[in-house]
Design a protein around this ligand. Sequence first.
Ligand code: ZN
Length: 190
Amino acid sequence: MEIEIPDSIKHLYEEGRNPVVKIPNPVLRQMCLPVQKITKKTQQFIDDLVYWSLNADGVGISAPQLGRLERIMIVDPEVGNPDVYINPEIIHTEGEFILEEGCLSIPGIIGTVKRHHTVTVKGLNRKGEVFEKTYSKLGAAVVQHELDHLNGVLFIDRVEPDSLYAYDYSEAAKEKRRKKREEYSTSDEE
Ligand SMILES: [Zn+2]
């Protein structure tokens, strides 16, 4: 599904805000290719992915969002404890639930999506070792959301259309960080 970006959040789509690729860039609609060899460049790229996910207070990111069509994704539902997957595959799913999702590539747009409640994902970690983990709820949704990116699928393709709304969370996040900073600066004075 393609969506219209409301004027109130168009500024979130300006070039140069950050390197995260935004809709309607066609790179987000491509199929990513398996990583054949984990090189130093792969490692640096993984660092970039983790950096930009954390920078946005995101819960995950995928390679095409930084413009590379490789099967690499970061899953970080706790924000700050990122799991790296190279060539990931979902090997088991259980149940269903619905949650509100957003996407760094579709900033300011939120909507309700139905996802598997629990998923087990298997892939290689950044050292090239086989890594398998089971996630529920938010973590499971992040796995499915990021894996969709590797197949050119966006959450707006799966969203309940009536649930979509616009929200400038960059302002809300800025406010949250400002409050946090204040907390720390007060404790400094003691
Ligand atoms: Zn996304």
